[in-house]
Design a protein around this ligand. Structure first.
Ligand code: HEC
Ligand code: HEC
Length: 396
């Protein structure tokens, strides 16, 4: 029996050399989940290979994927800021246009079944075209325009063909490359995982342990931010009305945090902003299902890496975890469709601190590695010499 692994290895090597045309970069790779996370779902028709992952990473970092060559995916999903934007409640797109929602993190996005805050998209392959084409995000005029641009940029010469068996950039391969990279942004083995699943007794201190007991007990958080027996996605991948969206739509008074200079914030009442910013309507999940029962429901986000991904909620309206806890302690914001699980909790100051301490123990052990890899893939931002639309010639 002892010889078996060696024999298997030999067979594997022979099998590899048999398919000579398969370069190592192109062999589908598996991805072992870190402690605390389940098997990573990988669609069979969009396998992970080293070549695709690296290509997707370059695309994700490339500012030239926007119409005017200024805005990359990574400028809203900033690697150093938890792959979200810590300084913006709601995202800002091409030429300063406002977007009505907060950039969610793309850490652990491989596990998200229905993408976007309202769950309107189902695969990462398709999702990528949302921001590429949205007029207020990367604002490209068409799918073909993006493809032509990638075709003329020297950094991509031959890379798609190598990663996709001779197939160049097209609507499918661009989506697949970006999806492959994003599926590798899995982050677990946090101190919480080491304590809860790895049984390392000292990985959490007493306050953090008390916080977890509240989270899964008195405070009722794990009803939606699920902690399973073997792993914890910290989301049920479902949609709930907590009242945040309702408060926005009904114009309940809300304070905005406005940044005057880097790191300098002031709190401003809604009314003061009305003169230059009209709130954009947002009915959440209702917009996808057209079922009135889904009004102002948003997907439960995972809480992994939540210490890195402020500000919080689909509209970024809660700047700190302490404010999120105050929000839940009040029982959310009342409205006819509020989820009945949300009730005033009457947490003491000590309990609130413990809950926050627990949430801060959910940071994965590989975040620095993922940030470094992303930055190392940053391509130059020399724009194409000619507008891609003017270089296009039909080739058949
Ligand atoms: C202008 C800022 C901006 C840019 C640029 C941008 N995004 Fe996003 N991204 C957002 C916002 C805002 C949302 C949430 C939108 C919503 O829910 O309606 C989002 C959502 C997502 C999601 C869904 C995550 C989830 O948990 O549901 C993924 C994946 C994603 N973006 C990847 C990308 C990729 C890939 C690119 C580049 C091709 C990109 N984004 C470019 C702001 C941006
Ligand atoms: C009824 C289900 C439900 C319960 C119970 C619940 N949450 Fe949530 N949680 C959500 C949903 C849905 C959102 C997203 C709301 C939005 O985007 O407007 C959310 C958002 C959050 C966020 C913001 C994450 C981010 O990335 O923006 C944090 C932090 C959070 N919840 C912590 C908690 C804590 C702590 C508790 C217990 C006190 C709790 N939740 C109880 C459903 C729930």
């Amino acid at each position: 029996m002892k010889a078996l692994p060696g024999t298997l290895l030999l067979l594997w090597v022979l099998a590899l050399s048999a398919c000579e045309r398969r370069e190592p970069d192109n062999i589908p790779v598996g991805l072992a989940p870190p402690q605390g996370l389940p098997v990573i779902p990988l669609p069979p028709d969009s396998p992970l290979t080293q070549a695709r992952i690296e290509l997707g990473r370059t695309l994700f970092m490339d500012r030239r994927l926007s119409h005017n060559n200024t805005l990359s995916c990574a400028m809203c999903h900033v690697p150093e800021q938890g792959f979200t934007s810590n300084e913006l409640g709601t995202a800002i797109g091409l030429e300063g246009q406002t977007i009505r929602r907060n950039s969610p993190t793309v850490y652990n996005v491989a596990y998200v079944e229905q993408l976007f805050h309202d769950g309107r998209e189902f695969s990462l392959e398709n999702q990528a075209w949302g921001p590429l084409l949205a007029g207020n995000e990367m604002a490209n005029p068409s799918i073909g325009y993006v493809i032509e641009k990638i075709r003329v940029l020297p950094e991509y010469a031959g890379r798609f063909e190598k990663a996709f068996g001779g197939r160049g950039p097209d609507v499918l391969t661009v989506g697949q490359a970006l999806a492959a990279y994003q599926r590798t942004l899995v982050s677990g083995n946090s101190r919480f995982d080491r304590w809860h699943y790895g049984k390392e007794q000292n990985a959490l201190n007493a306050e953090e342990q008390a916080g977890f007991r509240l989270f899964s007990g008195k405070a009722g958080c794990s009803a939606c931010h699920v902690v399973g027996e073997k792993h914890a996605l910290l989301s049920d991948n479902r949609f709930h009305n907590t009242g945040i969206g309702y408060a926005n739509s009904m114009g309940l008074p809300k304070k905005h945090r406005v940044q005057l200079a880097p790191g300098v914030f002031v709190e401003v009442e809604d009314k003061a902003l009305d003169s230059f910013e009209q709130p954009q309507p947002d009915v959440g999940r209702y917009e996808v299902t057209l079922d009135p029962a889904d009004s102002w429901a948003y997907r439960t986000p995972s809480l992994r890496n939540v210490a890195l991904t402020s500000p919080y909620m689909h509209d970024g309206s809660l700047p700190t975890l302490e404010e999120v806890i105050e929000f839940y302690d009040r029982g959310g914001i009342d409205n006819p469709q509020k989820n009945p699980l949300l009730k005033p909790l009457a947490l003491s100051a000590t309990e609130k601190r413990a809950l926050a301490a627990f949430l801060k123990s959910l940071t994965g052990d590989n975040v620095q590695k993922l940030v470094t890899e992303a930055r190392a893939a940053q391509p130059a931002d020399t724009p194409p010499e000619k507008d891609p639309a003017s270089t296009y010639r039909r080739s058949y």
